[in-house]
Structure formats: C-alpha cells, structure tokens
Write a new protein. Structure first.
Length: 301
C-alpha cells in the first residue's frame, strides 16, 4: 500500500492548484484486485483546467509491495505552458521519485527554477539521471531518484516549491501560441511525453494482468485520450525496437518506423537520416505516422 506520507503530494497539489481545476469536467477511475492478501489498485482522477489538456492525479499499489502517487499537469498544446511532472513511490526501503517542469518548446526560460533546483539537488544528493527515456522528456532541472535512498519529506518540500514556480511563472502567465510551427512543436512535445511515459511504464502490463486488458484499456484511454491522443496499446508491432537518435533527442514510433521498412533495406539509414534532419529543424521530438507523412517528401528548412 502507498505510504500515507506519499499521499501528501495529492493534498499539496489540491491546496495550491485545486482552485483552477474544474469539478464540472472530471473523471475518476478506480480498480482493485485483492489476491492472496495483497492489493493491486489504481485510483486516477482526471481534471480539466484552463490552458490544460488534463491534470492527472494517481494513487497506486502493486501487490501491496510498492505504491505511490503520480501527478501530471499536461498543457493544451495551443499554449506555451510546460508540463508539471511528479512521482513519489517505491517500497519500504527504496524510493522512486521524479520532479520536473518539462519543456514543450525549445526556448523555455528556466531562470525562475534554477536556484530551487540547485538547492534541492544538494539537499537530496541527487545525481545526474542515467535512464535515457527519462532524460528524453525532461528538463535540465529534473530531480530524480530511481530505487534509492531519499528523504521523502524534503522531496515533498521541493515538490511544493516546484509547483508554486510552475503556477506563478508558467501556468498563470501562459499565453496562447500564434505561430503554427510553435503549436506543432508543442503538440509533438506533449505527444512525445505521453508516448515515452506510457511506453516505458510497466503499469499497463501489470494492470492488464491483474484486471484484464479491457479494464487496463479503460484506464489507459482516460489518461491519454486528450489531444493529442495516444492509441490504445496493441500487439502487432511491439516486437520492433523503436529507433532513437539520442544526439538529436528524436524518437520514432513503431508505426512510423514500419513505413521505412517498406523501402529496400539498403536505403533505410538514408531515409532515417533525411527525416531526422528535417524534423530536428522543426523542433519535433518524435516521428509519428503524421510526422512521417508530413516530412517524408519535404526538403530540409
């Protein structure tokens, strides 16, 4: 079961941001499987708010051995607001923790966050993140602990300060984007964040085994259907190892990658290099089917 103190993160979020959430447009998902004296459950509340596609608040437990909370505030891609991302969980002896204000545009100004990051990085003895998929959607000011020792009380203090900065410096002043290229880049960044998070999170598989695929699909849909939506996980393409260019921080979806496979193998790398050059110039971070069809015949900018 989640430690009670970890649930304080939900209280902090509601305390600081609750007045901006719409209780007239919200959804709640709950499922629990009790087996052999243990619980595997997920409670997810999904709210709407001005300038946001969704605010997602999760509480979870896996076989009563580990649990925690996840909070994600996903902006509507028509706005210049970055993503607020938080997780605190783990088991009785080790913590999993993540706290960040993730960019959706390449020119995000992080000067309001820098001092706070440096202070809590030192207090918590946070090291540079080592997991590639985490780094691919994070800012340089990520606080991250992957199954390690962590003072969770101090981490919650950091969460309060990060959230306050996100509200005061990014959410409230956030403005509607007018430039079509900026909107396309922000839309792609939100999609990439959702795609990478769910593609690397074992939760869907754990919950599908615990409750059955239809229930796991329902949870997945509720958390990812907001624009830009993710497709429900399928099985036809999961054996393909998706390409990634860590130098350019560009990922491919498996569906887009399959389009390249339709050409002779001898030109796969040439096609890949050409597309990645084009999308990098447009600040696109993930090559989806739509991105593939848009850029496959275009000359680099």
């Amino acid at each position: 079961m989640p430690k009670p103190e970890r649930s304080r993160s939900l209280e902090i979020f509601i305390e600081l941001f609750g007045k901006y959430l719409s209780t007239d447009d919200c959804m709640e998902f709950y499922s629990n499987r009790k087996k052999d004296g243990t619980d595997t459950f997920l409670r997810s509340d999904i709210y709407s708010a001005d300038k946001l596609g969704a605010a997602i608040l999760e509480e979870y437990s896996i076989k009563s051995k580990m649990g925690g909370n996840v909070i994600i505030a996903l902006p509507s891609p028509e706005y210049d607001t970055p993503i607020f991302s938080f997780q605190l969980g783990g088991n009785d002896s080790q913590s999993i923790a993540l706290l960040d204000i993730c960019p959706t545009l390449p020119d995000t100004d992080y000067s309001p966050l820098k001092e706070t990051f440096e202070r809590y990085r030192d207090l918590l003895h946070i090291e540079e993140p080592k997991i590639d998929w985490v780094k691919s959607i994070s800012s340089p000011y990520l606080l991250h602990c992957q199954y390690g020792s962590l003072d969770e009380d101090i981490f919650l203090e950091a969460m309060r300060e990060y959230l306050t900065i996100w509200i005061e410096h990014y959410y409230l002043p956030g403005s509607r984007l007018e430039d079509e290229k900026a909107i396309a880049a922000a839309t792609n960044a939100v999609y990439k964040f959702k795609y990478v998070l769910h593609d690397n999170d074992p939760a869907y598989g754990v919950f599908a085994r615990a409750w059955g695929k239809p229930v796991a699909d329902a949870f997945f849909y509720l958390e990812t259907h907001q624009y830009p939506p993710l497709p429900i996980p399928g099985e036809h393409n999961t054996k393909i190892k998706a390409w990634k260019n860590t130098g350019l921080n560009i990922l491919w979806t498996r569906e887009a990658q399959e389009c390249v496979y339709e050409a002779p193998e001898s030109v796969h790398q040439l096609i890949r290099d050409a597309i990645e050059e084009k999308v990098a110039a447009a600040n696109i971070g993930i090559i989806t089917l739509d991105v593939w069809h848009k850029y496959k015949g275009r000359k680099p900018d």
